[in-house]
Design a protein around this ligand. Structure first.
Ligand code: B12
Ligand code: SF4
Length: 563
């Protein structure tokens, strides 16, 4: 079958920097087994360029594929773009079979199949075996009912088959590296780069993270086989930087140590970057030199918060003391550390954010990435956040880099100001700048300077974006009006949710409102009914709302997030 796998472009600034694009490992994992099954497979990577978001449509049509599997690493935030491009492709190639896969469709298959008639099937969960069976069945015109791990339409009805079994031997499927031209991908300052994966899954229960649910249990590749593959990519294709997709590669000390030793035995000079947990670093204090010798230059560590109570709320399982010890140990071994710190929890106050800033400075990590807590529906955190109002209507911005949920006592502009201040202060403190200027290790100095260059660009982009676009939304979300007198008395001094309609665009949205007096209220709409219209839907939808909104009180309790 003629298959064209499509990676659509993503609007996140991290995806729009020329020369800094990584290949889409998930799609290559799907492509490898399809090639081995004898299909004519190609990859269209819309991330390369960067190109306009709709650009892939013409290229797909020109290729005339029989099957078009769509995916994206930014998953939920990439899905609106996938839906748009796929609908346009289906309009011009009605016979092509359109298939979705990845994290978001795995959990939203019912909604997608109900709303997008052009989608033939959705692969749920890890896809190496499932996609292979699906494409074979599509080629043969066979029934899809017996393929585990998919969803499709039978008659008019949306059906999901039983879950596919977890892949036990990850080395049984190969990555389709031949689908990419390595020379077109770069990272770490334009060095030739790929994404690789040693393990899948994570044994920890952090409630805002879906990794455990998606991969179900922690498994790893054969340490020696992966080390050989990395060495081959370096020697034959000149790949210098390997970005590990693993959420937690060191969950098992023994296989992780075996992998580091196997890589050291390959005797190659490469740059490795990956994620890790503080308690694994503390546990592995005696073998940290192996990480350095294997080539690790930087780890990303999800510190998430500097506050013990918040760490308990999100079930992170870490402690502030292990975080600090991990930072100290990595520095001693000459490995950089980027910590992610998450803001936007419902009850966070100015005092909490000030304390967070002081603690981050005291921790003295090499790099800080401040993110916003983002509720993905497949994580337990989604239910915890169910009553919070949604302040970001555009789902392409539910990417952890934009505030999605309103807070109890802080308007979005103030949280934004805090986050930008925290990033600026953390990166511009004297000790960090000294390392930028004079770090003794030239490789690490390069990495630090590259990271500052990227950080500066992203920081400015966010500030300009907020001022030019998002600020309208943040101002518009607070609307006032009058209540009809009957429910007003009952609502006094309470918080209620309901439904509103924009008089001009006729879009329905849910809102949450704080009723202060009997005759007036302020409402925080969550825009549940709005369809994103391109990249800046609020430009069209919100400005009119500020003046033309009317709010109707609905006695039915309506949860803003669980719409
Ligand atoms: C590496 C990575 C990146 C790289 C992407 C490089 C690249 N081109 O792939 C970089 C650093 C650029 C990146 C950026 C972003 N990322 Co990212 N990223 C990851 C990470 C760590 C690994 C992804 C990966 O390669 N996994 C390994 C492969 C094998 O798994 P997979 O992609 O899921 O694919 C398997 C299945 O899902 C399925 N599958 C996937 N796609 C398809 C398609 C079809 C048709 C089929 C049939 C099957 C299928 O089959 C594959 C094999 O089993 C994940 C976390 C994680 N561990 O998964 C986050 C993750 C995917 N990223 C995330 C986010 C939010 C982003 C950003 C939006 C962040 C930002 N604000 O900039 C951007 C998006 C921009 C972009 N271009 O993707 C989120 C997505 C959350 C969500 N579900 O909405 C994740 C899950 C991390 C998280 N927060 O939990 N990311
Ligand atoms: S946040 Fe990190 S440690 Fe926690 S479950 Fe997710 S991958 Fe594991």
């Amino acid at each position: 079958m003629r298959v064209l796998i499509v990676n659509v472009p993503h609007p996140a600034i991290g995806s729009r920097i020329p020369g800094e694009q990584l290949p889409p490992l998930g799609l290559l994992c799907v492509g490898g087994p399809l090639i081995d099954d004898g299909h004519d497979v190609a990859l269209l990577d819309g991330e390369l360029g960067p190109v306009p978001l709709d650009a892939p449509v013409d290229a797909v049509v020109a290729h005339a594929p029989e099957a078009v599997p769509f995916g994206h690493s930014g998953s939920s935030s990439g899905q609106p773009i996938i839906s748009r491009v796929a609908a346009a492709v289906a309009g011009r190639l009605p016979a092509a079979r359109i298939v979705y896969g990845g994290v978001h469709p795995t959990y939203f298959w019912r909604e997608i199949l109900a709303a997008e008639p052009h989608v033939t099937a959705i692969v749920r969960g890890e896809a190496e075996e499932t996609a292979r069976r699906l494409v074979r069945a599509l080629q043969d015109g066979a029934a899809l009912d017996d393929i585990p791990g998919i969803a499709f339409r039978r008659g008019g009805e949306v059906v999901g088959t039983r879950p596919a079994p977890v892949i036990v031997d990850l080395d049984a499927y190969r990555v389709g590296w031949e689908l990419i031209d390595h020379a077109r991908y770069g990272y770490w300052g334009g060095k030739r780069a790929v994404v690789v994966q040693f393990s899948r899954g994570c044994p920890h229960p952090c409630n805002y993270c879906g990794q455990r649910g998606f991969w179900t249990r922690w498994r790893h590749r054969d340490p020696v086989v992966l080390a050989r593959e990395i060495a081959r990519l370096h020697r034959e294709h000149g790949v210098e930087v390997f970005n590990f997709a693993d959420e937690n590669p060191s969950a098992g000390r023994k296989p992780w140590k075996a992998f580091l030793e196997a890589l050291i035995a390959q005797d190659i000079r490469v740059t490795l970057v990956g994620s890790t947990r503080a308690d694994d670093i503390v546990r592995d204090a005696d073998i940290l030199h192996l990480r350095k010798r294997a080539g690790f230059e930087r780890f990303l560590m999800g510190m998430e918060n500097t506050d013990e109570a918040t760490l308990r709320l999100i079930r992170k399982g870490g402690t502030v003391s292990s975080d600090r010890e991990a930072i100290r140990l990595l520095r001693r071994h000459g490995i950089l550390l980027m910590v992610t710190w998450v803001a936007g929890f419902a009850e966070q106050t100015d005092a909490d954010l000030w304390r967070g800033l002081r603690q981050l400075v005291a921790y003295d990590a090499d790099q800080i990435q401040a993110l916003y807590v983002t509720p993905h529906r497949w994580t337990p955190y989604y239910r915890l956040a169910a009553q919070r109002p949604v302040v970001q209507a555009d789902r392409t911005k539910w990417d952890c880099e934009h505030q999605a949920l309103g807070m109890a006592g802080m308007p979005p502009w103030r949280l934004f100001a805090w986050v930008k201040l925290i990033e600026a202060v953390a990166q511009l403190r004297p000790r960090a700048l000294l390392r930028w200027a004079w770090h003794p290790d030239p490789k690490l100095r390069h990495a630090i300077r590259w990271s500052y260059r990227m950080g500066r660009r992203v920081w400015l982009h966010k500030v300009v974006g907020f001022l030019l676009r998002d600020v309208h939304m943040n101002m518009a979300i607070s609307v006032t009006g009058s209540l009809c007198p009957r429910p007003a008395k009952r609502l006094r001094n309470s918080r209620r949710t309901g439904s509103a309609r924009c008089a001009r665009s006729n879009s329905r949205m849910s809102y949450s409102m704080a009723v202060r007096k009997t005759k007036s209220f302020s409402a925080v709409p969550s825009f549940s009914g709005l369809q994103p219209q391109g990249l800046a839907p609020h430009r069209h939808a919100l400005r009119p709302m500020r003046t033309h909104l009317y709010v109707r009180y609905l006695p039915r309790h309506h949860s803003p997030l669980l719409d």
